[in-house]
Design a protein. Sequence first.
Length: 413
Amino acid sequence: MSVPLDKKLILKIFEGFSIQRWNDLVRPFDLVEMDKAAEKMACAYIIGKYEEREDHEIDWETMIYASLFDLLKKITLCDIKSPVQQMIREKYPAEYKKLNEWVYSKYEKIIADTDLLKKFANYLELDADVTRTDFSLTERVLEAAHKFSSLRELEMIMPVNEMERTHKIHDELSENLKKYSDLKGVQLLLNREQAFQFIMKIEQLRFQTRWNQTPRIPQTSVLGHCFFVAVTTLLLLRATGEIPCKKRLFNDFFSALFHDLPESVTRDIISPVKQATNELPGIVKQIEDEIVHAELVPLMDASYVDEILYFTNDEFQNRILVDQLDGSKTAQTVSWEELNENYNSDIYSPVDGRLVRLADHLSAFIEADSSVKYGITSKQLTSGRDNILKMYSSAAEINGINAMQLFWSILEE
């Protein structure tokens, strides 16, 4: 049975592109909440994978939902700096709980999915009588990723700020990260080893602006777009009504998060250019694969390199992994019906690639439509929005989702 997908929630999440970070410091480029959420989850993936390599269990589902709920909370409390929120939590727990209740009240009417709303309430600890002081490994991995991605933002803007403005914050963040130094991935990131070099490549997506041939409000980076696509894919998966196995939910989210990873080394080639000739899309894809293997693969750990390549190859196809006679695994494209009836099991590592594509198109559609509605428009934006609509017939269902109905609900907002 499907669950409601409220357009108001999607558009509320989109506000993450408009929330500025570090706005009391000199910033040579925009630092926005959506980009931070994306880098945090990329770091969490890496740190978590190193923990799994040591046979430690990571609850990826909890982490994925926490990343969404954390963004929702940040959108509501964007005027309260994180250190202030932390002080309220530690010194005034009763008031902190009331603050969380207030946050929850802001989403009660826009989250139509009652199960999702319940998960959000649990995340906010609304039923807890006292503030927790113990944290699971999964929570520690996510918090470490949060601290490290904040540190990276600060390090990138420190060269244009006087030392007196930043050294205290830098020291505090560095000191806080020592609490997580038992995590192998954190050690590698802090020591600027292979994992750090990989994150630096991912960070390049923060500097690449989408629709860079036209003015637009709000501007969105490729990295922030990837996180928006990831959480939208999660919501679309819930809206299908299918109950995914744990690996499927994990794959859908991280396939979406990393779907534009090749652009960190190739840069964004806009669709009209890619489609200038019949053969060019295939040629571009082949070149992307070659550059990824030359520049990105050497920076990935053996524990996750095959998985990320699985995420980024044929990223918009429903697919599974099947065993070969030589013991290797090969990706195989399957239908939506096959995915649900035969392969919704961790052993097949299923991915709803077509949902990722729908979320990708929905993101581009909202990016164009929101700017037009703000009054900043151009031929590129209106034609881009219209071309996305033309891709889907009124009866077209993508993995159980009526795409045209979804786009028109956004257009009519």
